[in-house]
Design a protein around this ligand. Structure first.
Ligand code: ZN
Ligand code: ZN
Length: 368
């Protein structure tokens, strides 16, 4: 017991250092000061565009970084140290990526593929524990997961969801972030997008330590193995049920109100768009290959996308059923033929439940 408390205190002190105490929010994108605007249009991953035209057999500076990127999002195993050689594993990973994002599956680094790769995106991997139900996982796989061939929504391995008897989930904001009412309102609207279609409600509580869903803004390495990377790159991440953990990169230029698309500021990211997406993960959805879906992994800067697509609605309703008041306006007319067998690989988090328990306790201590 004492050792657990000790470890929790360590976690609490580590997390306290990485909390983004004053995340940057702007009423609209034109109020972002020029000093915070990156000099490259896509930010962190822009250098990957220099790899345009690379193909199998070549040895090119920077391929090792691309391999690390593809590894981070689940596309390539890291058995040995990566090199700058365009080997078969890289070719195969690129093909899988292209399949998942509905690009031509050339296995080469064509312009379209790299344009997609450099876009800001969610930090949650597209392929978790070697399985995915994005496009590349549609066929029957050795893990026994069968995904229908029509819709694009996906779940985490094991299809975790919140327990059936728990129909009202509480949520709380990390107190150290001192979020304004306008930021809280953004999240309230994001929760409503999901509660409109499924029989779940969401209630804000000030008791951060015991809330079902805990929302925090952090900078850089915040000790969950998923460090944030400054402006653009990964924007946020969340973990599968029932962890309820949802983190946003405190270094982004988050636009809270106003028209994010009206500005030429390249680094403006619409907070509500990203919040709706991450809440989909908190509820149990994985990434979708459907470009119009909220659960599509990337979002371009200056873009606002807050409405659930038919693909999102069908995905979340297959987990929780329909809200009785939902008028069924999902646009998709596809028929679902899913048979999803449970596998034994556990939750979708890259980490064991124990670590998350400790993190939760540590976070709780921060607020006590
Ligand atoms: Zn995501
Ligand atoms: Zn995190």
């Amino acid at each position: 017991m004492n050792s657990h408390l000790f470890i929790s205190v360590i976690f609490a002190s580590i997390l306290a250092n990485s909390v983004s105490a004053l995340p940057r929010f702007f009423r609209n994108s034109s109020s972002i000061p020029p000093s915070l605007i990156p000099t490259t249009p896509d930010g962190k991953w822009d250098a990957f565009k220099n790899l345009t035209g690379c193909h199998a057999g070549q040895n090119v500076d920077g391929l090792v970084n691309l391999k690390n990127y593809l590894h981070y999002f689940g596309y390539i195993d890291k058995n040995n140290n990566f090199t700058d050689e365009f080997d078969d594993n890289l070719r195969s990973a690129i093909k899988t990526y292209q399949l998942n994002f509905n690009l031509n599956t050339t296995g080469e680094l064509d312009g379209q593929t790299l344009e997609q790769i450099v876009r800001p995106r969610c930090g949650v991997a597209d392929i978790v524990n070697g399985t995915t139900s994005m496009n590349s996982g549609k066929k029957t796989t050795s893990s026994g997961i069968h995904i229908h061939a029509v819709n694009h929504y996906s779940f985490f391995p094991g299809t975790p969801r919140w327990p059936a008897g728990k129909t009202d989930l509480t949520y709380a904001f990390l107190p150290a972030n001192s979020l304004s009412d306008s930021v809280r309102t953004v999240f309230s609207r994001a929760f409503q997008k999901w509660s409109a279609v499924i029989p779940l409600t969401f209630t804000e509580t000030s008791s951060y330590g015991v809330a079902d869903i805990r929302i925090g803004f952090y900078s850089g390495d915040h000790n969950d193995g998923e460090p944030f990377d400054g402006v653009l790159g990964t924007l946020a991440h969340a973990f599968s049920p029932p962890s309820g953990v949802l983190h946003f990169d405190g270094d982004e230029n988050w636009v809270v109100e106003g028209d994010v698309a009206a500005s030429a500021v390249v680094s403006a990211v619409d907070l509500e768009s990203v919040a709706v997406h991450e809440l989909g993960h908190v509820l149990g959805l994985g990434h979708s290959s459907e470009r119009e879906a909220i659960m599509y992994p990337t979002i371009s800067t200056g873009t606002r996308k807050v409405d659930l697509a038919g693909d999102d609605v069908e995905g979340i309703q297959s987990l929780y059923g329909s809200n009785p008041n939902y008028n069924g306006s999902a646009t998709s007319t596809t028929t679902t033929t899913t048979t999803q067998e449970r596998d034994t690989s556990g939750g979708g988090s890259r980490f064991g439940g124990q670590l998350w328990l400790l993190l939760a306790v540590g976070m709780g201590l921060l607020t006590l």
